[in-house]
Design a protein around this ligand. Structure first.
Ligand code: HEM
Length: 578
């Protein structure tokens, strides 16, 4: 991992923080293994069933179908019957964005549900691609015979052992409802209430579905229903003479096998899709970094997120500092010194924000920095120092010794001057005025934005448009910048904009800018004082420091690596001097 990796960063945040950038939490709709208030059905079971039904139409030989969110257009089919399907889709509707497809959200729902109900942590990859129409049918149904089921699982890429395992791992959560299958579960005397007969005696993700089947105490309706044609679980479970089930009576074996087959199910995608690597937790993460103008001042904002074991507290003596280099001037790239500042705010997340992080025994601590930046000096790169204040040497987090590099400072997103206008209370249509700023001394040949939103009501096709931005003379120049605006309409809930400008033939981009906190919604934090300046201490051992993954720390400050970057300059100076 090397920062910035926007796709990884966004997937990592949703998986391990369970929520969107605006704080709206997807995981907590279900976690901790909740029942739905209105129906008392297991929400996690509904999420898992939907993922299976979306994936089940995959044809592994043809390379078509799979987890592609086509399920949103297939709910009128008998094979996808059930209120839980509609409710799941409405749970998921607002969590997709440019880097997290609707199909990724569906897969993530299963990872959350299984971890939340006591199951394994299923490794999660992103990169699924959505379709916006129905695919071919082919989800197994209880009245079909064993050869049909075997063939359908085979088409999806699962052999007989996989089939037995996958059905057991699915049918450990939830049950069968009388509203959906009245011939399997008898209707309630009150027709407004749906009876739910669970597959096993608990709501947890456990192997009771297997042990109760083997010891004859099972009440699984797909094993015990009077009409033997509908006993699909019985036919599948017994199809290999209980060989698979005997192995899965060991709980660890069950958890491991379920993790494997469910992971394969979630990674069932059309052949044109390449999934990302599994998304691992970043122990030290840089987020939401951007240069902007707030109240007329040029500022750099960034969040530094660290993990902390649950049950422990941060040392009161700990200080966390950001250090950064000027971009221009005689001190450019820290030729004389680095600047440093303390966080503007410190906050701690609830350990339950994501069942996955909770199971890892960790929670997040975040340090938010707001740095006043002199426009003529700007900022080129930054890094962090964490000093526990207990005599141990400080730790440096510096992106595998390159520092966190600020890619450009010519084009800025200005959320504080942008705005959104809601057209009436019940109307989903919103008009956004997006404001960007370009350096006053630059002559851009074009300023434009790409707007994207796939969090649309009823899974309508995404908004995906490109618009030119016009010079906005109503905003006076500030902080050495001129302002540009564009308006656009959106009916979705997760609009992001990629800003672009072309200056002297060079393209500058601010990617994936959020539109939730704009205008008066923006929480204003004044910039902190630049606390001190540090004279870099050259460290000859710099080259021996190994690169680190996932934000692990190093003992050596970055100064040495900056010096390495400057080495060609120093050599040139030496040659001139000699
Ligand atoms: C031959 C294959 C399968 C058949 C015939 C089948 C059939 C059914 C039926 C009839 C229900 C009741 C749905 C309702 O009442 O709304 C159900 C529920 C469920 N199925 Fe399957 N299923 C199969 C395979 C799977 C697989 C492979 C998974 C996941 C890995 C899965 C996950 C679930 C879950 C979690 C529920 C509970 C849903 C809830 O409580 O809301 N099923 N299944």
């Amino acid at each position: 991992y090397h920062w910035p990796s926007p796709h990884y960063d966004v997937l990592e945040a949703l998986l391990y923080e369970g929520r969107r950038v605006d704080g709206s939490n997807m995981a907590s709709l279900q976690h901790p293994c909740k029942l739905r208030g209105s129906t008392q059905a297991s929400i996690g079971a509904e999420w898992l069933r939907l993922a299976y039904h979306d994936s089940a139409t995959h044809d592994s030989l043809a390379g078509t179908g799979g987890l592609d969110a086509s399920i949103a257009f297939e709910l009128d089919r008998e094979e996808n019957i059930g209120d839980g399907m509609h409710q799941t889709l409405s749970d998921f509707e607002t969590f997709s964005n440019k880097y997290v497809s609707r199909a990724d959200v569906i897969a993530l729902g299963t990872t959350f549900a299984v971890a939340s109900c006591g199951g394994p942590i299923i490794p999660f990859r992103g990169g699924r691609i959505d379709t916006y129409s129905a695919g071919p049918p082919g989800v197994p149904e209880p009245h079909q015979d064993l050869p049909t089921h075997t063939a359908l699982f085979k088409r999806q890429g699962f052999d007989e052992t996989d089939m037995i395992t996958l059905v057991a791992c699915g049918h450990t959560l939830g049950g069968v409802r009388s509203h959906d299958f009245p011939t399997i579960v008898p209707p309630n005397s009150d027709p407004t209430i749906s009876n739910v007969n669970l597959f096993d005696s608990t709501h947890a993700f456990d192997n009771n579905v297997i042990t109760q089947y083997l010891d004859g105490t099972t009440e699984n309706p797909l094993v015990t229903v009077g009409n033997t044609t509908l006993r699909s679980d019985l036919r599948i479970f017994s199809s290999d003479g209980n060989a698979t089930f005997s192995r899965l009576t060991l709980s660890e074996m069950f958890m491991q096998s379920c993790s494997n087959v469910l992971e394969r199910m979630l990674n069932t995608v059309p052949s044109y899709v390449t999934l990302t690597e599994p998304i691992d937790l970043l122990h030290a993460k840089v987020a939401s970094s951007h240069l902007t103008i707030e109240k007329g001042e040029f500022v750099f904002k960034v969040t530094f997120r660290l993990t902390q074991p649950i049950g422990t507290t941060i040392k009161s003596t700990r200080t966390v500092k950001i250090l950064w280099c000027d971009r221009y001037g005689s001190n450019g790239d820290c030729q004389q010194h680095a600047n440093s500042a303390l966080p503007a705010t410190l906050s701690q997340d609830d350990p339950e924000i994501s069942p996955v992080t909770y199971h890892l025994g960790l929670f997040f601590v975040r340090y938010d920095f707001v740095l006043p930046i002199e426009p003529l000096l700007s900022i080129s790169l930054f890094w962090f120092e964490v000093d526990e204040g207990d005599g141990t040497p400080p730790r440096y987090y510096d992106n595998n010794s390159t520092g966190y590099i600020v890619a450009q400072d010519q084009l800025l997103y200005i959320p504080s001057l942008s705005s959104v206008n809601l057209h009436g209370r019940n109307d989903t249509l919103k008009t956004y005025d997006i404001v960007a700023a370009v350096r006053s001394n630059a002559e851009p040949s074009r300023v434009y934005l790409d707007a994207f939103d796939n969090a649309m009501e009823n899974y309508l096709p995404p908004l995906n448009i490109s618009i030119d931005m016009k010079r906005n003379h109503s905003i006076p120049d500030a902080g050495g910048f001129r302002f540009y605006s564009a308006s656009l309409n959106d009916t979705g809930t997760q609009l992001t904009v990629d800003l672009h400008t072309v200056i002297n033939g060079h393209l500058f981009t601010e990617d994936f800018m959020q539109t939730f906190f704009i205008d008066e919604n923006i929480p204003y934090t004044p910039p902190t004082a630049v606390q001190s300046t540090i004279i870099p201490a050259p460290s000859p051992s710099a080259t021996s420091s190994s690169g680190t993954d996932l934000g692990e720390y190093r003992d050596i400050p970055i100064h040495s690596s900056i010096l390495l970057r400057l080495l060609p300059l120093l050599i040139a100076a030496l040659i001139i001097y000699c």
